[in-house]
Write a protein that binds this ligand. Structure first.
Ligand code: SAH
Ligand code: SF4
Ligand code: F3S
Length: 449
């Protein structure tokens, strides 16, 4: 009988990319994907450690898998459970101590060894040993050289990791510890992967990196390639219609990338540029290494070249020591910067990070209150960005059918979600849509026939 697997993905887009690659590796081993964990011979939880809530979710999911084990065994399924991703990297063997249900623990840099680990677990089990295998190394060879050849695309959108890890060590953040040092992939390898994606039906690629604009790959001739040069190279791929990148760091917002937005029609007018706080005191304590004014200047430079760019950001409220005045500075920065989209978080102390040790932790009720105020302001800005789109015509890349017949869902160049009517169109097409309504999160419209 065909073996089955189920991957559950938490956290950021890079985990989505990694989960896809794990799926490909397993399919090359003869496994087939299933939607329900209880129908799987192997369940992989690809985890996120960024905030406490995200990390704790994993343990409740493991608990659920444990509770359902007798039922699976009754159905003849002795499911293996793997914890992958950033919690696996951060907690390692602790996961085995907390749960006997888990058979494999491996991090973001070792998942290419999944077939070997599986064989190891199966062999151990056959000999009657406790089947627990862990691999949280930072191997010298890169996983990217070992990944399987891709499969047919199920969506016209794909992620492509071009740079991974982080050397910036913001004082609140676990990523440098869970993903390791910053590494850029060679441009040739990225181009080959992009071409393979396009050949399999992908029309829009989002280049991924924890600090994607710090990308500096060396090609085989030894030439340094920055993200602008890489985007230029990928733009030449026929059949690729849209290119995006995320996440950028304000310190690495170089002029060539800004110029690329004006020069490359395929490079979409959207910039995710997290700032975290508008207070210089807090930015310093966060080790962000830039001021609020530096950030505003960076956006001004982008807008001078690309006036309509949709700006998005990440914010943390209630960082240790954040006063009412510091928070007011954040609201002030938001007012100046004007965001089309944003992600807001309450500070979550993470084990092993400097900020978690601070004795100036902000009470939860104050964090909740600041979060609500910030979100209210950002929601007004999102609506202010979306409303003027009503009456305009936008090119929409169709991603999937809508809920009703002849309804489709896709995005504008500005990453606005649009639900629209159109007869007879295909997923992956770009159609011109007249926008008829706007809310803070999405648009509606009708295709021009
Ligand atoms: N590399 C990106 C961000 C990666 S993490 C950058 O430098 O901007 C994604 C977002 O999670 C961060 O931008 C931050 O807003 C949030 N985040 C990270 N650590 C956090 C913590 N300890 N508590 C709350 N939010 C956090
Ligand atoms: Fe985390 Fe800072 Fe690195 Fe972003 S730049 S991943 S927030 S340490
Ligand atoms: Fe989470 Fe790891 Fe991404 S901690 S946000 S899955 S890099």
């Amino acid at each position: 009988m065909t073996k089955t697997y189920h991957v559950k993905t938490y956290g950021c887009q890079m985990n989505v990319y990694d989960s896809e690659r794990m799926g490909e590796l397993l399919e090359a081993e003869g496994y087939a994907a299933v939607n329900a964990p209880d129908e799987a011979d192997l369940v992989i939880l690809n985890t996120c450690h960024i905030r406490e809530k995200a990390a704790e979710k994993v343990y409740s999911d493991i608990g659920r898998l444990r509770v359902a084990e007798p039922k699976r065994l009754a159905n003849g399924r002795d499911t293996l459970v793997a914890v992958a991703g950033c919690v696996a990297q951060a907690e390692g063997a602790e996961i085995f101590r907390r749960s006997k249900t888990v058979n494999m623990v491996f991090g973001p840099q070792t998942y290419h060894r999944l077939p070997d680990m599986l064989a190891d677990v199966v062999a151990k089990r056959a000999r009657g040993f406790a089947a627990q295998v862990m691999d949280t190394d930072y191997p010298a060879d890169t996983k990217f050289d070992h990944l399987a050849k891709g499969r047919q695309a199920t969506s016209p959108l794909a992620f492509l990791t071009i740079q991974e890890g982080c050397d910036k060590f913001c004082s609140f953040c676990v990523v440098p510890y869970t993903r390791g040092a910053e590494v850029s992939r060679p441009p040739e390898a990225i181009e080959a992967e992009a071409r393979a994606l396009v050949a399999r039906g992908v029309r829009e690629i989002t280049l991924l990196g924890q600090n994607v604009n710090a990308y500096h790959g060396k090609d085989s001739a030894g030439h340094e390639t920055d993200i602008a040069a890489l985007a230029t190279r990928l733009s030449a791929i026929d059949g690729l219609k849209r290119l995006r990148y995320t996440t950028s760091h304000p310190l690495d917002m170089n002029d060539s990338l800004i110029a690329a937005h004006a020069e490359l029609p395929k490079l979409m007018p959207y910039l995710h540029l997290p700032v975290q706080s508008g207070s210089d005191t807090i930015l310093k304590a966060m080790n962000r290494r830039h001021t609020a004014v530096d950030y505003i200047r960076a956006i001004d430079r982008v807008r001078a070249t690309c006036p309509n760019i949709a700006l998005s950001g990440d914010f943390i409220v209630g960082f240790p020591g954040e006063t009412d005045k510091d928070f007011a500075d954040t609201l002030q920065l938001v007012t100046q910067a004007r965001y089309a989209a944003a992600y807001t978080f309450k500070y979550s102390p993470r084990p092993g990070t400097p900020a978690a040790e601070s004795d100036k932790q902000v009470p939860e009720d104050i964090k909740a209150d600041r979060l609500a105020q910030l979100q209210a302001l950002l929601n007004e800005q999102h609506l202010a960005f979306n409303t003027p789109c009503v009456g305009t015509v936008q090119p929409i890349l169709i991603e999937k059918p809508g809920k009703k017949p002849q309804h489709w869902v896709g995005k504008t160049p500005y990453l606005q979600l649009v639900s629209f009517t159109a007869p007879d169109h295909a997923i992956g097409d770009i159609v011109n849509v007249t926008i008829t309504a706007a809310s803070k999160n999405s648009l509606e419209g009708n295709a021009i026939l």
